[in-house]
Design a protein around this ligand. Structure first.
Ligand SMILES: [Zn+2]
Length: 304
């Protein structure tokens, strides 16, 4: 017997794929997380199909349920193919068509930052706000804009693509950052992604780290290089968000993705962003971590 109230959400990230079955109250009935296949579209398709098959096997009531998938990048309004994904092997692929053929059912696909925004303004940290900017700081960097209580798509379905605008108020040193995978230079993603942060630390000559969490541990243990790398990161994030406030002035900015777990972001950024914000009064914008944390992307995908 199918249960129409169940929904299956999938968050297809650059590092991991997370799937969850939610009931109508938003409670997670089942979830699974696997590593994302790298540089291979067919393996990515197979991994998605296998996860969905597992969900259907373990939660028989979810066999017919709606499926929503959050992806880095978005579907082109012209031909429905994936574009703008930092998991570049997805770009140019007919992901929706291919998955629907594999599964024999309709799927909805949306940008991962849009999924985060949907989750957080529906029943998360930005609940009740009319204007929200949601960002993902993870393997990639992206954003989504909620205006007048609804997700803004945009004429080119690009609204909120904050990761691929240049870091504002760059220092001369920052001008020399290597090109982004998108082909341009100076993109915010090349400064604020997890891999960018790890690379910045490993360029300093101390013992290499593999994760952002290790950088945080080192800074808390008093490692001066880790402290300096994080300090520069806070300054860059403050500038990048001040620009958002100067343009759309949202009530709330919500952060998701792996780096949203760096708890000092929420005290350090508001201390620094005022000097870049075009206002003569105190900045009242709230900067908050995603209430549903790592699960927010998958919840937003399920709400699609
Ligand atoms: Zn770029």
């Amino acid at each position: 017997m199918g249960d129409a109230a169940l929904r299956l959400g999938i968050d297809l990230g650059g590092t991991k794929i997370e799937a969850a079955v939610l009931d109508s109250a938003g409670a997670i009935r089942w979830k699974q997380r696997i590593a994302s296949p790298q540089n291979n579209y067919q393996s990515t398709l197979s991994a998605l199909a296998a996860l969905i098959a597992q969900a259907r096997r373990e939660i028989p009531a979810a066999r017919q349920c709606a499926i929503g998938i959050g992806i880095p990048g978005s579907l082109s309004p012209h031909d429905g193919r994936v574009r703008n994904a930092n998991s570049t092997w997805l770009n140019g692929q007919s992901l929706q068509q291919d998955l629907e053929a594999l599964l024999g059912q309709h799927v909805r696909i949306a940008n991962d930052a849009n999924c985060l925004a949907l989750s957080e303004f529906t029943d998360g940290a930005a609940r009740g706000a009319q204007s929200v900017f949601a960002i993902i700081l993870g393997t990639g960097v992206g954003g989504a804009h909620v205006a007048n209580g609804a997700l803004a798509g945009g004429a080119n379905r690009l609204a909120g693509e904050w990761g691929h605008v240049p870091l504002p108020w760059m220092t001369s040193q920052e001008f020399n950052t290597p090109a982004c995978w998108c082909g341009r230079t100076g993109c915010i993603e090349t400064f604020l992604s997890g891999p960018a942060l790890v690379k910045a630390l490993n360029a300093g000559g101390s013992a290499p780290v593999r994760s952002v969490q290790e950088i945080v541990h080192r800074s808390e243990a008093g490692d001066m290089h880790a402290i300096a790398v994080l300090d520069r990161f806070y300054g860059q994030l403050a500038r990048a968000l001040a620009m958002v406030i100067n343009i759309i002035d949202p009530e709330v900015i919500v952060i998701g993705g792996g780096l949203s777990n760096i708890s000092r972001i929420y005290s350090e950024i508001p201390k620094r962003w005022s000097q870049w914000i075009f206002s003569d009064t105190a900045v009242i914008t709230r900067l908050l971590p995603a209430q549903h944390g790592d699960a927010s992307g998958v919840r937003g995908a399920a709400w699609l």
